[in-house]
Design a protein around this ligand. Structure first.
Ligand SMILES: Cc1cc2nc3c(=O)[nH]c(=O)nc-3n(C[C@H](O)[C@H](O)[C@H](O)COP(=O)(O)OP(=O)(O)OC[C@H]3O[C@@H](n4cnc5c(N)ncnc54)[C@H](O)[C@@H]3O)c2cc1C
Length: 383
């Protein structure tokens, strides 16, 4: 190729700058890298430092869906992408992400509460999604460690689980192997623009990192990055606390959602109990009251947990939007894309979000309509 043509081609090729190295930034970097695009991830701390490593790792496309709609569709499509993605990541990185088609149980104390659960999820059966109602006996046959007090539950066989910390390591390594550059300790202050178009970002030391596209994936901090489209719905932090317990032998095989907590078993005998939902700004304490309530709910659900070792506790902040929908895809500012506001289900939604962002960068049609997730939709007020 003659020199001039080559120079022009490389000037026109997408150079993607991603703000934030959580599951969103890392998943986008991996997807863009494997498509052969140049990508740089700017992370103020280290990749995976925040919500993504604190998550429980439930891939609850069905258990977390309360009505049919675009978010449910997004979750189901993302869940379908996981088996192939896990295979690819584990091959490319050598890191096991602990993915299991564990299924999820949603259980109830008392017949009225069980009927209520069944009514709330009836639309899923009508939509052809796999769902079974379990009697008290069937529930205990499936999970003998569950409390005999429980009246029964619903079984979401397709929902799955993985270890988010391992997922983050695998994504980062696989993305780097696909050519993505990670710059830790890079605090992005603002989106740089020229003539109304995003041309990169400015860091807190005043330097500019240029790109043809900027992807905002800064989790709960996304709205704090100065940018031209300041009218976009706000992303605010929603704290969640988790307690980790350890038992000598695993007590459960599936994830269980009770009325006041969920429990997520890991293959090695660890078991996570989550979680709270608190709007307390960026405060990150683990509080005595939350731990007391989570433990009481978990021990009622699985009485043998009374003897479990309390091995760890942590909290982090979910990126929340008022309408509980993510901000995904192009904004009114050319070159500026959003990938944030995934709230309770960012681990689940990462694979489909990465494909959507990569398709938008490449000017391809995304796998589903982005209208409901548009960063330019009207803000519905502040949280
Ligand atoms: C307790 C808890 C349990 C959860 N459980 C689940 C679950 O079971 N399943 C599930 O699907 N989801 C779960 N979630 C939700 C999930 O963790 C989030 O939706 C997801 O991690 C959000 O990913 P993210 O990349 O947008 O944000 P984060 O992981 O928070 O990443 C954002 C990154 O941006 C960086 N950053 C911020 N500002 C800047 C800046 N100015 N410059 C450079 N870098 C910046 C931060 O340092 C951070 O690393 C849970 C969340 C919590 C808190």
């Amino acid at each position: 190729m003659p020199g001039g043509k080559k120079a022009r081609a490389s000037r026109e090729a997408p150079q993607v700058v991603i703000v934030g190295g959580g599951v969103m930034g890392c998943a986008a970097a991996h997807e863009l890298g494997r498509r052969g695009l140049a990508v740089t991830v700017l992370e103020r701390s280290v990749p995976g430092a925040e919500a993504s490593s604190a998550a429980a790792g439930i891939l609850g496309a069905q258990v977390e869906s309360h009505n049919p709609g675009p978010l449910t569709e997004l979750g189901l499509r993302s869940l379908e992408l996981y088996p192939a993605l896990v295979k690819e990541l584990e091959r490319a990185s050598g890191v096991s992400v602990g993915y299991r088609r564990s299924g999820v149980l949603k259980v109830a104390y008392g017949a009225p509460a069980l009927s209520q659960l069944a009514r709330e999820s009836a639309w899923q059966a009508r939509a052809g999604l796999p769902l079974a109602k379990l009697t008290r006996r069937a529930l205990r046959e499936r999970e003998p460690a569950l409390s005999p007090e429980l009246a029964g539950g619903l079984w979401f066989e397709r929902d799955a689980t993985l270890d988010p910390r391992s997922l983050l390591v695998a994504l980062r390594v696989a993305a780097a192997r696909a050519g993505a550059e990670f710059r830790s300790g890079s605090f992005v202050k603002r989106v740089a623009e020229r003539g109304g178009r995003a041309i990169g970002v400015e860091l807190d030391d005043g330097s500019v990192v240029r790109g043809t596209h900027v992807v905002l994936a800064a989790g709960s901090w996304t709205s704090l990055v100065a940018r031209p489209d300041s009218a976009a719905p706000r992303v605010v932090p929603a704290r969640g606390q988790i307690v980790e317990l350890k038992t000598n032998v695993p007590l459960l095989s599936s994830v269980v959602f009770g009325p006041d907590c969920y429990v997520v078993p890991r293959a090695d005998g660890r078991l996570l109990v989550g979680s709270t939902l608190e709007f307390v700004g960026f405060r990150r304490e683990v509080t005595a009251g939350a731990v007391a309530k989570l433990l009481a709910a978990a021990i009622r659900l699985v009485p043998a947990l009374n003897e479990a070792e309390l091995s760890a506790s942590w909290s982090s902040v979910r990126p929340y939007t008022q309408d509980e929908l993510p901000l995904l895809g192009p904004s009114a500012t050319p070159g500026l894309l959003w990938m944030s506001g995934h709230y309770r289900n960012g681990i689940l939604l990462a694979p489909i979000s990465a494909k959507i962002v990569a398709d938008c960068v490449q000017g391809r049609k995304p796998p589903l309509a982005l209208g409901p997730f548009s960063p330019d939709r009207r803000a519905t007020g502040s949280a």
